[in-house]
Write a protein that binds this ligand. Structure first.
Ligand code: C2E
Ligand code: CA
Ligand code: CA
Ligand code: CA
Length: 277
C-alpha cells in the first residue's frame, strides 16, 4: 500500500543518514588523529617455513577513536579513500615503517622486510614515487627493507598505469607483493607481466584447507606456478598446525597468521623476538 511504501522510504532514509553521520564522524576523527598522533601501527610477524625464523612483518593500522571507540581498519580505510584522506594516511604509514626499519636495523635485528598495505588511490597519486623516494633518502634506509602489498583487485582498475608505477618501485629495489591473491578477477596469464616478487595467497584458501582437497589442489597449483616465475609465496591467515603442515608439504615459503602470532606492538616485537641479541 501507499502507507507501507512511505514507511519503507523513511526507514531507508534513516539508515542512510545514520551511515553518512558515522562516516562524517570517522572522517573528522581521522583528521584529528593525523594531526595529533592518534594513529598507530601493529606488526604481524611472517615466518620462514623452512627455518622458523622471522621473515618480516606486516604493518597494520590501528585507530582508537575517543568518540567511536575501536574502529576497524576495514571501515576507516574505506572512509579515508572516499573522503580524500588515504594518501596522507598512507604516507604516514610508510614514514613510520621506514623509521621502524631504521631503528630495528640499527639495533641489529635480523628479518627481511616490513610490508605496508597500499591503496590504489595512493598509487594513482602523481607524487607517490617522489614521496617514497624522499622518505627513503631522508631516513637513509635500504629500500629492500620495504615491501608494498597491493591487492589484485585494486590493480585491475587503471591496470596499465598501476603497473607502470609498480615497475618504478621495483626499479628502486622495493619489494612488491600481490595481496589477497585468488579473490580477484585474476588471470594467471598476466601474473608474469606484473612487476611483483611476492604472492600472498588469500586466507579464504587457507581456511579449512586441512579438510578440503580441492582447496589443497588449488593452493598446490598456485605455489608451483608462482615458483616457476620466481615469486616467493606467502600464505596469510594460517591458524592451525594442521594448516602449517600442509603448507610445508606444498612448498610454501612464508606463513603469517594467528597460529604464529596476532599483530602486536613494536615494543612487543622487540621483547618477544629481538631480546637476547
Ligand atoms: P589485509 O591486508 O588482508 O590484512 C590481513 C588482516 O587479517 C588483518 O586484519 C590481520 O589482523 C588479519 N589476520 C591476520 N592473520 C589472521 C588469522 O590468522 N586469522 C584471522 N581471522 N585474521 C587474521 P586488520 O588488521 O583488521 O586489517 C584489515 C584490512 O585493513 C587489511 O587486510 C587491509 O586491507 C586494511 N589495512 C590495514 N592497515 C592498512 C593500511 O595501513 N593501509 C591500507 N591501505 N589498508 C590497511
Ligand atoms: Ca595485506
Ligand atoms: Ca591480505
Ligand atoms: Ca585477505
Amino acid at each position: 500500500s501507499k502507507r507501507s511504501g512511505k514507511n519503507k522510504f523513511t526507514f531507508f532514509d534513516k539508515e542512510l543518514s545514520e551511515n553518512i553521520m558515522r562516516r562524517d564522524k570517522i572522517e573528522k576523527g581521522l583528521r584529528e588523529a593525523l594531526d595529533n598522533d592518534g594513529l598507530h601501527l601493529v606488526y604481524q610477524p611472517k615466518i620462514d617455513i623452512n627455518n622458523n625464523k622471522i621473515a618480516g612483518f606486516e604493518a597494520l593500522l590501528r585507530w582508537h577513536s575517543e568518540e567511536l571507540g575501536f574502529v576497524s581498519p576495514m571501515e576507516f580505510i574505506e572512509v579515508a579513500e572516499e573522503r580524500g584522506l588515504i594518501c596522507k594516511i598512507g604516507k604516514w604509514v610508510i614514514e613510520r615503517v621506514t623509521r621502524q626499519n631504521k631503528e630495528w636495523k640499527k639495533q641489529g635485528f635480523e628479518y627481511g622486510t616490513i610490508s605496508v598495505n597500499v591503496s590504489p588511490k595512493q598509487i594513482q597519486n602523481e607524487d607517490f614515487i617522489q614521496e617514497i623516494e624522499k622518505i627513503m633518502n631522508d631516513c637513509e634506509v635500504c629500500p629492500t627493507l620495504l615491501e608494498v602489498e597491493i591487492t589484485e583487485n585494486s590493480l585491475m582498475k587503471e591496470f596499465d598505469y598501476n603497473v607502470k608505477v609498480l615497475k618504478q618501485l621495483r626499479e628502486k629495489k622495493i619489494n612488491i607483493s600481490l595481496d589477497d591473491f585468488g579473490t580477484g578477477y585474476s588471470s594467471l596469464s598476466y601474473l608474469k607481466e606484473l612487476p611483483i616478487n611476492i604472492l600472498k595467497i588469500d586466507k579464504s584458501f587457507i581456511d579449512d584447507i586441512e579438510n578440503d582437497n580441492n582447496k589443497k589442489s588449488i593452493v598446490d597449483g598456485i605455489i608451483q606456478l608462482a615458483h616457476k616465475i620466481n615469486l616467493e609465496v606467502v600464505a596469510e591467515g594460517v591458524e592451525s598446525e594442521e594448516q602449517l603442515i600442509i603448507l610445508k608439504e606444498l612448498n610454501c615459503d612464508i606463513i603469517q597468521g594467528y597460529f604464529f602470532s596476532k599483530p602486536i606492538s613494536s615494543e612487543e616485537v622487540e621483547s618477544k623476538y629481538f631480546s637476547g641479541i
